[in-house]
Write a protein that binds this ligand. Structure first.
Ligand code: ATP
Ligand code: MG
Length: 607
């Protein structure tokens, strides 16, 4: 069976890229704009050629002047040619700038798109490991750096390469011998650049990592501002932040130091002087004319700008490659979960089986151990256990957010892995323990994932979830936009919005993970009755500490430190299971004696 990652048909269509190395990846992105890129190269070339003609014509003018009687017509001709080539160079430059800018903006967009699509398709194991701030830094700053890398980075590198090669070719046309010192310059320049680039790339890489550290920490502190304040950690956090910022600054200074030791211009100065002696020598031996000597010196002057600008171009390129490497680090990480788009897409009936399921977020630390149970369509399952025992993990495996390491889970007789993952998840309604609401309107938050629901459906779902009343009292009703991380709503209100969301999706399997923990018992009872009516015939999983709810469940699954230590209905468990009884005796509200008479002591079966 093939492995299919999450893919999306976006506005631009995902284009194929080569993710084997940063440079190949960037080139494969640029190649999506082959035509425009070739055009920009043509204009780059023509700009360099036009520019190199100017000193030639100046040399010609000098030659004419030194050959009396001076031919005014010839002088005029060469002056006009200087004007024309000057204009030609200007127009070529502008055109190639526009074209390169076009490509760099497109490549930035495409890379952003590629990264985003890759991120939302990654497994939960990946996201558990990945710090949000670091991810944000890569998605924002590193992708931006790619744009800079193409324009002005690559643009300047090409300009500087052609800006050196073309004048050299022109020099060779004057006299091949003149090439001696300029060529020696190019060779020493290239050798120098290699070392320079290596140093720079190392520091650029460290600087990108330091930048990520800053944003990761910032992200954590802002998300956890309550905790930071509550524990009076402001001063410590400030210290850590200063340290991170200083580290970043340190690398910036190092880059500055490397740039300052850019010896190339010194080389150019030395070789230009040597070239001057050489050309005078050739003039003396009448191998070249005075006009050719002036043209040669003019061409040599053209090397100055490309040599100078390279220091910036190479720096930007190094940073770009470092950024590309960081983006690829994310894109190339294993996705782990197969989306199986050609898998089973049936309506779920509700036959669920866990067979010897073992799982750990890290395989070496098992969280669930050999869990087996069966659920029939329409049943309500309560999962009961101490905190950290693995209740939420069971529901995560059911939604295939993670795959078990051993054993298997099936729905309606098919292994979860054989289901089309999107079909599967779209039929599971989950109200998670920590409700997350997007900074969108309440309506959109309820609507999430239900594309066909009408306004009326939304209101009905909210009424069933006992959310309608408080939503109406909000300033803009259903259109009220929830503040970041839903902080404008109370815990109970958020849970009710999440329940409305789950009801609206009309799922075949509903999972309520401590979904009513912040809601008062009376409202909770009303919600439960409503949910029961809506979900007639569906399977529901309840993770709860409320006895009233546990008692009503058809199956109660008892988990202790990842092991299944009891399964059955309330009466039988209470009669037969010591774990169950010990949990229940801790509840004040519950009177053990009235629950089941008589209580028979039996040995507990621990599976
Ligand atoms: N994303 C994760 N990465 C690593 N370990 C995790 C992750 N989520 C949970 N765990 C660990 O797995 C174990 C079971 O967690 P789980 O959330 O399933 O417990 P729970 O029974 O739902 O607890 P609670 O009643 O507190 O919600 C815990 O030891 C927890 O530390
Ligand atoms: Mg939990």
């Amino acid at each position: 069976m093939g492995f299919t990652e999450f893919k999306t048909k976006n506005q631009y269509g995902l284009k194929k890229t080569n993710t084997s190395t940063p440079v190949r990846w960037i080139i494969s992105h640029i190649f999506h704009y082959k035509l425009i890129f070739s055009l920009s190269l043509v204009f780059q070339l023509s700009a360099s050629i036009f520019q190199s003609f100017v000193p030639l014509f100046i040399g010609a003018v000098a030659f004419v002047i030194t050959q009396p009687p001076v031919d005014i017509n010839q002088l005029l001709f060469f002056s006009v040619m200087i004007l024309i080539t000057g204009i030609g160079a200007g127009i070529s430059n502008i055109t190639k700038n526009i074209l390169t800018e076009f490509i760099s903006q497109r490549v930035e967009r495409d890379a952003r798109d590629e990264l985003y699509t890759s991120m939302i398709g990654k497994s939960m194991t990946f996201h558990d490991r990945q710090a949000i701030g670091d991810l944000m830094a890569r998605a924002a700053q590193d992708v931006r750096q790619l744009n800079m890398m193409l324009n002005p980075g690559l643009l300047l590198v090409l300009q500087s390469a052609l800006g050196i090669i073309i004048p050299l070719i022109f020099i060779s046309f004057i006299d091949v011998e003149l090439l001696l010192f300029p060529l020696l310059f190019v060779i020493s320049f290239l050798v120098f650049l290699r070392g320079y680039n290596k140093n720079l790339e190392k520091v650029a890489w460290k600087q990108r990592i330091a930048a990520s550290k800053i944003s990761s920490r910032l992200n954590e502190v802002i998300s956890g501002m309550y905790v930071v304040r509550g524990a009076s950690q402001q001063a410590q956090e400030k210290e850590i932040f200063d340290k991170n910022v200083n580290e970043f600054k340190g690398y910036a200074v190092q880059i500055g130091n490397i740039m300052a030791r850019y010896w190339a211009l010194l080389f150019l100065g030395v070789f230009t002087t040597l070239s001057l002696f050489h050309s005078v020598y050739l003039l003396d031996r009448q191998i070249i004319t005075i006009g050719e000597l002036i043209a040669f010196l003019g061409l040599l002057q053209l090397l100055r700008f490309p040599t100078f600008i390279n220091v910036f171009a190479i720096t930007i390129m190094s940073m770009g490659v470092a950024s590309a490497r960081r983006i690829l680090e994310l894109i190339n990480q294993e996705t782990l979960i197969d989306y199986n788009p050609s898998g089973i897409s049936n309506q779920i009936k509700g036959d669920i089986a866990f067979k010897n399921v073992s799982f750990g977020y890290k395989p070496e630390i098992p969280v669930l151990k050999e869990i087996s149970f069966d659920v029939n369509p329409g049943q309500t399952v309560a999962i009961v256990g101490m905190t950290g025992s693995g209740k939420t993990t069971i529901t995560k495996l059911l939604s295939r957010l993670y795959d078990p390491q051993t054993g298997y889970i099936s729905i309606d007789g098919y292994d979860l892995k054989d289901w089309n993952l999107e079909t599967l998840r779209s039929q599971i309604g989950l109200v998670e323990q920590d409700v997350f609401l997007f900074s969108k309107s309440i309506k959109d938050n309820i609507l999430l994932g239900s594309t066909t629901a009408s306004e009326e459906d939304i209101i009905n779902a909210a009424k069933l979830a006992k959310a309608h009343e408080f939503i109406q009292e909000l300033p803009d009703g259903y259109e009220t936009v929830i503040g970041e991380r839903g902080i404008t709503l109370s815990g109970g209100q958020r849970q009710r919005v999440a329940i409305a969301r789950a009801i609206l999706r009309n799922p075949a399997i509903l999972i309520l993970d401590d979904a009513t923990s912040s809601i008062d018992s009376q409202t909770e009872d009303e919600i439960n009755t409503a949910i029961k009516n809506v979900l007639q015939g569906r399977v529901s999983f309840l993770i709860t500490h409320r006895i009233a709810q546990i008692r009503r469940a058809d199956i109660i699954i008892l988990i202790d430190k990842g092991k299944l230590v009891g399964i059955g209905d309330h009466t039988s468990l209470l009669r037969e299971n010591i774990h169950y009884r010990s949990i229940f005796t801790t509840f004040d509200e519950f009177d053990l004696k009235t629950a089941v008479e008589p209580v028979i002591e039996t040995k507990t079966e621990v599976r």
